[in-house]
Design a binder for this molecule. Structure first.
Ligand code: HEM
Ligand code: HEM
Length: 181
């Protein structure tokens, strides 16, 4: 074992981190593109792709959460002050929570839209409830949760990436390579 290995995330955690990181950025792009596209058909195709990728990301996040809870994370570097490793850990857990909340709220909106529930033609999510015909309260609530969560994810990811770049460029401690590559 290399002396550094104790501080590196295990291969499945590293792979899931980068696949989900790319997926979340594409997912946010699809959500926005669908909102901005005026052509109704094109807009629906984009949000349908958003649904399918969202279901895949939800599965990957669930696997990731199970892995994280079962195997834990490598200990922070001894040189890290307590406030910094504490903040990093809070941001990581908030991202886990939000990236699991978003598919749930998205699902509620989707069922209300009565849109196709298949994912790449491979499987279909069940409709777990029947939306009431007259009352759209929960559709609106889910929409607010979805949109505010997306802005919170963006803010936290910016903070997270800024911290990673700070380590890389200012502290020059090769954190990304040592722990996540
Ligand atoms: C949407 C984009 C991203 C999300 C949602 C995300 C999420 C996360 C989460 C949840 C963790 C904690 C892993 C765990 O404890 O299981 C983590 C760790 C990490 N991420 Fe990201 N990440 C993203 C993008 C990036 C990018 C672009 C970089 C590099 C520039 C990066 C660098 C790191 C590093 C170095 C760690 C390890 C931190 C440590 O424990 O020292 N992440 N990320
Ligand atoms: C990681 C997961 C997800 C992220 C990061 C995400 C992000 C976003 C973003 C940024 C928007 C645009 C919001 C705006 O207008 O500002 C959006 C809209 C939307 N998302 Fe998601 N989403 C995710 C998962 C899902 C899933 C799994 C579904 C469906 C099951 C879904 C359904 C929708 C719908 C229907 C809209 C359009 C809402 C409307 O304007 O009526 N999303 N999402």
């Amino acid at each position: 074992m290399r002396p550094e290995s104790r501080h590196r995330y295990a291969l499945p955690a590293r792979l899931l981190h980068w696949v989900v990181a790319i997926g979340v950025m594409v997912q946010i792009g699809l959500g926005w593109a669908s909102e901005w596209t005026e052509d109704r058909h094109a807009s629906f195709q984009l949000i349908r792709n958003h649904y399918q990728l969202g279901v895949i990301l939800a599965g990957l996040m669930a696997m990731r959460l199970l892995w994280r809870v079962a195997k834990g994370a490598p200990p922070p570097d001894a040189s890290e002050p307590r406030w910094r490793s504490g903040t990093a850990s809070a941001v990581h857990w908030a991202l886990y929570a939000l990236l699991l909340t978003m598919p749930v709220s998205g699902y509620v909106i989707w069922i209300w839209m009565d849109a196709p529930r298949d994912v790449l033609g491979l499987f279909e999510l069940p409709a777990l409830f029947t939306p009431p015909a007259e009352d759209e309260t929960w559709r609106a609530n889910a929409w607010y949760i979805h949109v505010y969560s997306s802005w919170t994810v963006i803010a936290l990811v910016l903070l997270h990436v800024a911290a990673a770049l700070w380590h890389e460029l200012v502290l020059r401690d090769r954190l990304i390579r040592r722990r996540m590559l």
